[in-house]
Design a binder for this molecule. Structure first.
Ligand SMILES: [Zn+2]
Ligand SMILES: [Zn+2]
Length: 657
């Protein structure tokens, strides 16, 4: 066994620097130039790690290699100077596109492909995922998620936990380590008298995981309600990795760890602490108290506030609150479907209300918007909402978001943030309210002593609704829920209303302070949990996204979409993007000067952009659809480099030809 010093001496400068650091290498902010030069770190005579966009394990046997993961496939070029000319096998820890997008070219050159039996379909049958409307509309499931290969790759060997095999001088044992994905595996490699675990994205460094949103998983309900829901599974997996008793741990993203037990213990402790802080102010405690039985009566969690009676001017049915004026006019908030419309018509027929004079939409989720088109046929009144909500519900095809409805709504008026108008005896004021989702509004309705605030799904009497990471809940002072709570502190509503809660409620000044302090603490804790410049990169799955997400283009036409990068950092960040074109288009497009062939496919030229601090930046990618392109719905992944990071195929757009 090598000493720590001997190990570091052999491991190459980058690996050594990473191993010596308390956490992981944080790329220096700045230019958009693609990644640091690839580095082949030698762990022992027959074991190397290629440190590119991801860490790729390389077991060598003369001129042949077995790879663990392959990233974008550029590893093959780096192997040649080391005398490795043939990739015999590539085995995958998990199916994510950034791990595996180079697999196709390696397979085409004869490499055998191995993957978890339980994730096999996510390699060789990815068309089924992309073609299933359930993964696009009304989506409450994140397993698997969209970081799925764009096109299928052949699988030659399907591994089950406990399998082991020898390859050249090495023995490889397969561990089941779900959490980051449902079927994630780790490989325990024994070679040159050393034991090393390649653990995919189970851990990124001491006390760190690659991201938080991958842990979104439902246990008793859907994934939608499961913020960090895969945490218990991941902790179990980390225990299994620890029990393998290896001298080094190599994650896909992050640093090589030379003290695996310490790194794992720190990560488990960090996950527990982060989850505890989440539960402490979670709105979900109101809906599903059993989910948090083990956290009941915690002194350091926010007590759940009792509800309040609802003023006589309001009606509640389905996900709709309806305001009724003294002269019986109705103002409807949200319309989840036909039942709500029938309810309104019945009340009209019974003489309880007269005219329906307006429809307000709190946020874009399907349970609040599915019924809008029918509502608009039934009642002749304006639909009003915040601009962010309108941008989604008037053009849902352009967005990929959880719980989105494909029903296109007509919005007659977008209210500016803070805009007021009278309605019968009430005064209404519209607010942008980036709580439960970024695409969310708030409405203050005042009359006499009543200050009624319609908060959409953002709060219950138990706290905040941030239980689905894909909804985009940002941490940081003046953003996300901190912004929303500060607004409540300013507006001081007497009653708060959530469309899913029968009662009214309110928060004390102390509760508002408590929630904001919790959010500030989480910004720090979550920031430490992930190897990124800010917690939000680990929380906010769509921080890089294509707009429009999906569009129809005729053969021969030009596709164009923006790649929008949300810069969660405190300084400006440069980035660059390019599209990876479907293989079916290759024959024509590869002749274009603007495109080139890489290990992961034919790509367009890089386009550079910049995003100001805490703001969105975007670049436009354009390319022509070949005249002879077969009809179909194509997934177009986008490569991104940002602040020194190389993020292959990190997001995607959909082109329907
Ligand atoms: Zn991954
Ligand atoms: Zn809802």
């Amino acid at each position: 066994m090598l000493t720590r010093r001997e190990f570091l001496a052999g491991a190459g400068a980058a690996a050594a620097a990473a191993a010596l650091g308390a956490g992981c290498l944080r790329p220096s902010p700045g230019g958009a130039a693609p990644a640091q030069p690839p580095d082949l770190a030698k762990l022992s005579d027959h074991l190397l790690v290629y440190r590119g966009a991801i860490n790729v394990g390389v077991v060598r046997d003369g001129a042949k290699a077995l790879l663990i993961d392959c990233g974008d496939g550029r590893v093959a070029e780096a192997l040649a100077p080391a005398g490795i000319t043939t990739v015999d096998q590539v085995i995958f820890t998990h199916h994510h596109r950034d791990q595996a997008c180079g697999a196709w070219s390696l397979a085409a050159q004869g490499a055998r492909v191995g993957a978890a039996a339980s994730e096999r379909d996510w390699f060789d049958k990815v068309d089924a995922y992309w073609g299933n409307p359930k993964n696009r509309w009304h989506n409450y499931s994140q397993h698997p998620n969209r970081l799925m290969l764009a096109e299928p790759v052949r699988v030659d060997a399907a591994f089950a936990p406990g399998d082991s095999f020898t390859w050249g001088p090495a023995t490889v044992r397969v561990l089941s380590t779900p959490g980051h994905t449902d079927g994630s595996l780790s490989y325990v490699v024994e070679v040159d008298g050393r034991r090393t675990v390649f653990c995919g994205d189970a851990i990124a460094g001491p006390g760190q995981v690659w991201d938080i949103h991958s842990l979104q998983k439902g246990t008793q309900t859907t994934d939608y309600h499961g913020f960090m829901g895969a945490r218990p599974q991941l902790i179990e997996s980390l225990g299994r990795i620890k029990a393998a008793d290896a001298s080094a741990l190599v994650p896909s993203h992050g640093c090589i760890m030379t003290d695996p037990p310490a790194a794992i213990d720190a990560t488990v402790a960090a996950l527990d602490r982060c989850y505890d802080k989440y539960v402490a102010i979670s709105a979900l405690r109101h809906y599903f108290p059993k989910l948090f039985a083990e956290y009941a009566d915690r002194k350091d969690h926010m007590p759940i506030r009792p509800g309040k009676d609802v003023p006589a001017c309001l009606r509640h049915f389905g996900t709709t609150w309806m305001l009724v004026s003294r002269d019986k006019a109705a103002f409807v908030m949200d319309c989840g479907g036909a039942k709500a419309i029938k309810e309104i018509k019945d009340r009209q027929a019974a003489g309880e209300i007269s005219a329906v004079e307006g429809l307000w939409i709190t946020h874009y989720h399907d349970d609040h918007t599915d019924g809008i088109p029918e509502f608009q046929k039934a009642f002749d009144c304006p639909c009003i909402t915040d601009r962010s909500v309108a941008s989604v519900i008037t053009d849902p095809m352009a967005w990929r978001l959880p719980c989105i409805s494909p029903n296109k709504a007509r919005v007659d008026r977008t209210a500016a943030d803070g805009e007021s108008w009278p309605w019968h005896e009430f005064k209404m004021t519209a607010y942008h309210f980036p709580g439960q989702t970024l695409y969310h509004s708030g409405l203050l309705v005042e009359s006499g002593d009543l200050r009624m605030f319609f908060c959409g799904d953002s709060f219950t009497m138990a706290g905040i609704d941030d239980y689905c990471a894909m909804n985009r809940n940002w941490l940081g002072r003046g953003t996300g829920f901190d912004y929303c709570i500060a607004l409540l502190e300013k507006l001081r509503p007497t009653h708060i209303f959530n469309p899913h809660v029968d009662q009214a409620f309110d928060f004390t000044a102390e509760q508002c302070r408590f929630m904001r302090a919790n959010l500030a603490e989480r910004e720090t804790l979550y920031g430490r949990l992930v190897p990124w410049e800010h917690a939000n990169y680990g929380m906010d799955e769509p921080w890089v996204r294509c707009h429009p997400y999906e569009q129809p283009i005729a053969p021969g036409g030009e596709a164009a979409f923006d790649v929008v990068v949300t810069n969660h950092s405190t300084g400006p960040r440069a980035f660059a993007c390019r599209a990876v074109l479907p293989r079916a288009w290759k024959p024509e497009l590869s002749q274009g000067a603007a495109c080139k062939t890489t290990a992961a496919g034919v790509v367009t030229a890089w386009v550079n952009g910049e995003a100001a601090a805490k703001a969105d930046g975007s670049v436009r990618l354009t390319f022509r659809i070949p005249e002879q392109c077969p009809r179909g719905r194509y997934v177009v992944p986008v490569d991104l480099t940002c602040a020194g990071r190389d993020l292959p195929q990190f997001t995607e757009a959909i082109i329907t030809v």
